[in-house]
Design a protein around this ligand. Structure first.
Ligand code: UDP
Length: 246
């Protein structure tokens, strides 16, 4: 079941349910893509209807940011829980490991995808790492040819939004992969270059604050995020006025 939050139709699933649905996509012999929008995506979509369309056409739309979960609550259509992209990615790696499947890592600065791949293989030794490539390229088609030649089952596309979603929507079906996931900065985390917030921060919904503490230069990007909550409140109030609730 989909829940619409400010124009994006999210799948309302627990992490476990998302993992089950992801596993089914990975088992099916055709291309699928999964997106993991956070509040920055919602703001970007306001100016970029193509991006919104690409998100809404995805096979799974998972709420990556706590701001999405709060917005859903404000709108009166709560989501079951936050499903962080990195956790969904780990669940898919576990599934791929059981299958002995092939993984391609696309994105991040030179050398990062390779390092991430090494760490992933340490945890999931049955996976075949069939290729890696950094995310700073000009020729999209050339990247497609490299990915397709590696014949992946699972493809992580980590180019930042909306580049990664646009790449998946345009080229994904030609890669031969069964499942591509847009995962932002996840390769930096798998590589060990960026640390995730400790559990206590995550449980309090403060992963964003921990990230800001570690990377203060993100303040400019993050300063706009409460806007999403304001927009959700505005939409709720307008809905009530129209519905004559108050
Ligand atoms: N990136 C890339 N190609 C680009 C721009 C960004 O591969 O042209 C990578 C960047 O190195 C980083 C990731 O994309 O690893 C995006 O990180 P960001 O912090 O924007 O994503 P978030 O963690 O917020 O999802």
């Amino acid at each position: 079941m989909k829940t619409e939050i400010l124009g994006i139709r999210f799948d309302n699933l627990t992490r476990q349910e998302a993992a089950q649905q992801g596993a089914a996509l990975l088992a099916e012999n055709k291309f699928h893509y999964v997106v993991t929008p956070n509040p920055e995506f919602i703001l970007a979509c306001e100016k970029d209807p193509d991006f919104r369309d690409i998100l809404n056409r995805a096979d799974l739309v998972l709420p990556d940011g706590i701001g999405v979960v709060y917005s859903a609550k404000i709108l009166g259509t709560p989501l079951k829980e936050r499903v962080p992209g990195i956790e969904f990615a780990s669940d898919m790696l576990s599934c791929l490991n059981d299958m002995g499947g092939r993984l391609y890592l696309l994105g991040a600065k030179p050398g990062v995808a390779q390092q991430a791949g090494q760490h992933i293989l340490d945890r999931f030794p049955n996976i075949v790492l069939c290729g890696t490539r950094d995310g700073y390229f000009r020729d999209e088609e050339d990247v497609l040819l490299q990915v397709a030649a590696a014949r992946p089952d699972l493809l992580f596309v980590c180019l930042g939004a909306p580049k990664q979603e646009k790449w998946m929507a345009r080229w994904g079906a030609h890669t031969g992969a069964r499942l591509a996931i847009g995962l932002g900065g996840c390769l930096d985390v798998f590589a060990g270059n960026v640390e995730r917030a400790p559990d206590a921060w995550q449980k309090l919904g403060l992963e964003w604050a921990y990230r800001l503490k570690k990377e203060p230069k993100r303040i400019g990007r993050m300063a706009r995020l409460p806007l999403v909550l304001v927009k959700a409140a505005g939409q709720r109030l307008r809905g009530r006025q129209r519905g004559g609730e108050e």
